[in-house]
Design a protein around this ligand. Structure first.
Ligand code: UD1
Length: 388
């Protein structure tokens, strides 16, 4: 008897985390699983969604809840209502949620309260959280609330690093529920690097073989306040005097730049640039996964407020400066190439030097970031289900 798994994704950083689980099941047909990919539709633009499924060789999700954008309450509520219908229709044995976006917490909450058939004997689906236990200890971040809530109601907690295990144990989660499996995002990275090199992205920008930096900014705390965003763009311009700085723009960030009248601070590559090779801070459309990987691997340094990029740069040995006051991924600082710099000009410039020194002195890749996390997750999922 095959067990039905729902693999849930909602927003851009989720796709790289579900893909290795999907691949591990697809490539081992003897496993007793049937999988449905569920997309909540939290992200919906082609550049924020469809492109990633193609780059990751994932099929179209069989279910798309189409929830779209909205306030936290509205978005979370729409996912919950729609996902309850999916659970009732599909009657899964296992639900897998990943990461820390609103869709993650919404689907976890619904699953944890589901009683299929209203029959207590049937119980509810096993709920698994991938990338459990990360903590920034900053409850002003919506993602931190999502992490805490999701972990509290999950049955199986798959962690990417040992400090996450410790965080969960300290919150009273039983040791048997915690599985240290490594980092599925790094599975995706390793699998897709060769294809990324063929993407032709840097060549199209006139940057193949020339030095450049890369920056990503999308946290509300960095882009929603005019003075903060303006200050960051000024520092980026200063850094970009030495070499061009690619700035792929999340829709939120582009909208804010326009709203705050900061367009002149970046060279928008949608407009004719008038000269080659490009210089300055280059505002780009959101990159596809393969384009991003090619840029990450070749960049001299990366500045970011993203969580996943901190991990990807550590895996690739590229200096990374995190433009935030805290991180839920301290392993990238303790072992990897990451430096936490905050938002001030001096802190960022010093952080850049420190990150470069770290790489020169030899950072290392955290345990089990080896490309096999997906296999370990699937092996663990086969255990409780097989035993039921
Ligand atoms: C979400 C996640 C964040 C993650 C980020 C990655 C939450 C609370 N936040 O933030 O953890 O790091 O995704 O990108 O879940 N928009 C579009 N097209 C889209 C999607 C969004 O234009 O396909 C615009 C909309 O104007 C929307 C805004 O971006 O209002 C924000 O989208 P939303 O999903 O609410 O949050 P993100 O900032 O993307």
């Amino acid at each position: 008897m095959r067990s039905r798994i729902l693999l849930v994704a909602g927003a851009r950083p989720n796709y790289m985390k579900i893909a290795p689980i999907y691949w591990a099941i697809r490539e081992n047909p003897s496993l007793p699983f049937t999988v449905d990919l569920v997309h909540t539709g939290q992200h919906y633009d082609e550049a924020m969604s469809g492109n990633f499924f193609r780059d990751l060789d994932l099929p179209e999700p069989s279910i798309n809840l189409g929830v779209g954008s909205g306030s936290h309450a509205l978005q979370t509520a729409k996912v919950m209502v729609a996902f309850e219908g999916v659970l009732l229709e599909k009657r899964p044995d296992i639900v897998v949620v990943v990461g820390d976006v609103n869709s993650t917490a919404a689907c976890a909450l619904v699953t944890s309260k589901m009683r299929l058939d209203g029959d207590a004997r049937l119980g509810r689906p096993v709920l698994a959280h991938v990338e459990a236990g990360l903590r920034s200890r900053d409850r002003s971040m919506p993602e931190e609330v999502n992490r805490v809530v999701t972990d509290a109601v999950s049955d199986l907690l798959f962690t990417t690093c040992r400090d996450a295990d410790e965080n969960l144990l300290a919150e009273g989660i039983a040791r048997e529920q915690i599985h240290f499996v490594g980092n599925p995002m790094i599975d995706s990275l390793r699998r897709c690097l060769a294809a990324a090199e063929q993407s032709g992205f840097l060549d199209r920008l006139g940057l193949d073989g020339s030095p450049f930096g890369l920056c990503t900014l999308h946290r509300p705390s960095n882009v929603d306040v005019p003075e903060v965003l303006e200050g960051l763009l000024e520092t980026l311009a200063e850094i970009a005097v030495d070499m061009p700085l690619l700035l792929p723009l999340h829709p939120r960030t582009r909208r804010r730049i326009e709203q705050f009248g900061l367009e002149e601070r970046i060279a928008d590559v949608r407009r004719p640039m008038g000269r080659r090779p490009p210089r300055g801070v280059l505002g780009l459309e959101p990159l596809s996964y393969l384009e991003m990987l090619q840029a990450l691997r070749a960049a001299q340094f990366v500045l970011t407020d993203s969580g996943g990029v901190q991990e990807e740069t550590t895996a690739l040995g590229v200096p990374c400066v995190t433009l935030r006051a805290n991180t839920e991924r301290p392993v990238t600082i303790l072992q990897g190439t990451n430096v936490l710099a905050g938002l001030g000009r001096r802190e960022i410039l010093d952080g850049l030097q420190a990150a470069r020194r770290k790489v020169a002195q030899g950072a290392c890749i955290p345990a089990l970031w080896d490309g096999r996390a997906g296999e370990r997750i699937v092996a663990a999922l086969a255990q409780p289900v097989g035993g039921q």
